[in-house]
Design a protein around this ligand. Structure first.
Ligand SMILES: [Fe+2]
Length: 317
């Protein structure tokens, strides 16, 4: 087998009565696309839900192909880490790897916060008061990454909820500054592996920011994967019906995608990389620009209801 094909989605945010994401319908459409595209597996890039989304987790686990999770920051907001590991059926502590069709997929868990010198996993909202010391890849995971890439006979793809390529804005109190604080350590592992063996780490995919952005750095393709459901806006708007916002606590703090945005990604050993994205639209035509919020995030990336489609060939030499 020289190629692998998988479906990736992020930030489904199934949280009944809090968000209006009609997530069960979205997940059913994602399932159907995965079947139609005959993918080898499906992966959720985190923030699958809020509360305790046990019913939908069971639906996901029952897909007719293998399914995987990456932990997002909100996945342990209403569960302990131990409960979440069980509910999500996470191998080990939440970081792990698997091999498929001659590629290695490495799942990282960057949901850690430094509180008074202790590095703690996000749990029951403990990270909320610490916006400037959150999103860390603990040393044991940096070592795990180094060893797992180093021992791999295959090209590697990384998954994390937060971005490895976004710059980390340290300005206190800024929303969405939460790139991984020690991202440079991860980039060093990637670049050292690629300098020894070009094409060893080929791609890294993240969710979390609800943005569609593609960047190539040192021959690694970084995909900032859009949310499958919606975008958060700090300042609420009044464009939705009152009935809807009365029933859903934070609906007015969102603009919502009509489509279940997801990407089918095909990688070939010869360096070909194809992303089949989706063009979508906004619920009630309400866009972020119509709300009282800056149009772009701290990295200057706009909110669109799209995932771009791309076919490229990388030459590793
Ligand atoms: Fe997130």
């Amino acid at each position: 087998m020289s190629s692998v094909k998988f479906l990736a989605f992020a930030d489904l945010h199934h949280y009944p009565e809090v968000f209006y994401t009609f997530a069960p319908e979205r997940l059913a459409a994602i399932r159907q696309r995965a079947i139609d595209e005959k993918v080898d597996f499906v992966i959720s890039l985190g923030d699958f839900g809020g509360g305790k989304p046990l019913d939908l987790l069971a639906e996901y686990a029952a897909f007719p192909m293998k399914t995987y999770h990456v932990f997002g920051n909100h996945d342990t907001d209403n569960m302990t880490l131990t409960e979440a590991i069980k509910a999500f059926d996470m191998p080990g502590k939440g970081y792990y790897f698997f091999d498929c069709n001659g590629f290695r997929f490495i799942i990282l868990d960057n949901n850690y916060v430094n509180i008074d010198g202790s590095i703690l996993h996000f749990e029951l909202g403990n990270y909320f008061p610490h916006p400037n010391t959150r999103e860390i890849l603990p040393a044991e995971q940096v070592d795990f990454l180094k060893e797992t890439v180093g021992a791999s006979p295959y090209p590697c793809i990384l998954f994390s909820h937060s971005s490895i390529e976004r710059e980390c804005d340290q300005t206190p109190g800024r929303p969405f500054r939460s790139a991984i604080i020690n991202r440079q350590e991860i980039i060093d592992v990637i670049n050292q592996a690629n300098s020894r063996s070009p094409g060893k780490v080929r791609m890294a995919i993240n969710g979390h920011y609800h943005r569609d952005f593609l960047r190539i750095l040192d021959q690694v393709v970084f995909l900032d994967l859009n949310s499958a459901s919606m975008e958060w806006v700090n300042n609420p708007h009044d464009h939705f019906d009152r009935e809807l916002t009365a029933k859903h606590t934070y609906a007015a703090n969102t603009v919502i995608y009509n489509e279940p945005l997801c990407a089918v990604i095909t990688l070939d050993h010869d360096g070909t990389l194809q992303i089949d994205g989706m063009k979508g639209s906004f619920y009630k035509n309400v866009t972020r620009e119509m709300t009282d919020n800056p149009p772009c995030d701290r990295s200057g990336r706009p909110c669109t209801a799209n995932i771009q489609s791309v076919k490229m060939k990388m030459f590793y030499r």
